[in-house]
Design a protein. Sequence first.
Length: 487
Amino acid sequence: MRNQLFIDGEFVDAIDGGTIEVINPHDCSVITEIAEGRAADIDRAVDAAAAAFPAWRSMAAAERGRLLLKLADAIEAHGEELAQLESLDTGHPISDARKLDVPRTAACFRYFGGMADKLQGDVIPVEPGFLNYVQREPLGVVGQIVPWNFPLMFCSWKMGPALAAGNTVVLKPSELTPLSSLRLAELMNEVGFPAGVVNMVPGYGAGAGERLATHAGVAKVAFTGSTATGRRIVEYSASNLKRVQLELGGKGANIVFDDAIIPAAVGGSAFAIFHNQGQACIAGSRLLLHERIADEFLERFVALARSIRLGNPLDPATEMGPLTSPMHRDRVLSYVKVAVDEGGEIITGGSAPSDPALANGCYIEPTIVRAKPGDRVCQEEVFGPFVTVSTFSSDDEALAIANSTDYGLGGGLWTQNLSRAHRMAGAMRSGMVWVNSYKRVNPGSPFGGTGLSGYGHEMGFEAMREYTEAKSIWINVDAQIPPWYPR
Ligand code: NAD
């Protein structure tokens, strides 16, 4: 297991020798120590990325693509090892890491590997005698800052399009979950990415993160994390007016209408909130139920929540693992008190499981809370296995509740009425809407939000645009002196 910083094609110690302990959330034991990148290490990484940029941007796009495709193959070849590492470090159930995290990471790099030589420019029909064409050019050194909830997958979402478009990268993984990212850097080195094109510098937000976001040599910072930190990133970016892309929090409304297929809606809604212990920005954390089906739905939903198997994430039978850190577990549990203080009813869960085998870990039972749409637990992102339930009696009321938070990332609709589905999907203030499904992602489909959920898009063709800028080039085809030139 690599535990140093990856800079300029080599694994190196931090300049001042700092380290970070990496914790296993299953029992809070120390897995390992890794080097802690600080400002001077970020400077070194940005210098390496800047030096690598001219050759990387002028390499044939298909060659850049080929390296990304080789990386996707290498991820699959080391899939089990990466799944184990991700599960150990984050608490993702190993079955999810095998089925979702690793294949999605490979698929994303493969998508952008194929995209590298498909990014075309435009020819604009301007006045006769002139040719005007627009080419899309890479930005330069890109800083990428990712959180702890899907470390491996977010590396592919961020690095895939940036590298395909010809940028070089300094990525700062979360201080809490750096292990799979460091292994990924090693694989990138092995498949032949030139030195300096990718630099991986784990460290704390206040040290490495702030330096990366303020650095004058960084052309863009792409950030995934909390809205509070996102605001700071925007402030930091002012120093050199770097571009900013923000994927922030969410408070997804998941609406079940009275014509929904109830068993499908129950299963889909459980996945929407309990997958990855609810630690997903797109989680369906506000369940809105039509009053006619609320009792039937809840009875099944609560039974399903109570049947979810909590346990050691490395056990293939485990369906829900621990939250990723003790700090975060405490934060999520604090919302149980917030709910009760506001008059909410804890329908199930609300505490750590009683199983003594899980007593030292960051576990929380699947928690379902009846609450009013204006309550704090219905407005603030809890980011855990914690779902609020409220009822509605009309489409208009459902829409008003769905749109009543400052976030706007993901949302779900369960209905068999086609026109209702289209009407509601169009009216929801949400970057993504799933109908009779929830939390689908695909590398070809843009992922992003509005409002306090941030701006800019990951994945799809949109992402290639986000990592390039347009340059407009004018050719005077006849090489004539323009008539307004007074000669
Ligand atoms: P966070 O904002 O504390 O940290 C995210 C990353 O930013 C980490 O790498 C951290 O070290 C770094 N960071 C922290 N302070 C910084 C600073 N001052 N300058 C630069 N970097 C700094 O968030 P978190 O607790 O790690 O992640 C959970 C949050 O992320 C949740 O609110 C969740 O909704 C959000 N999130 C959003 C998405 C999305 O795609 N929209 C995805 C996952 C998580």
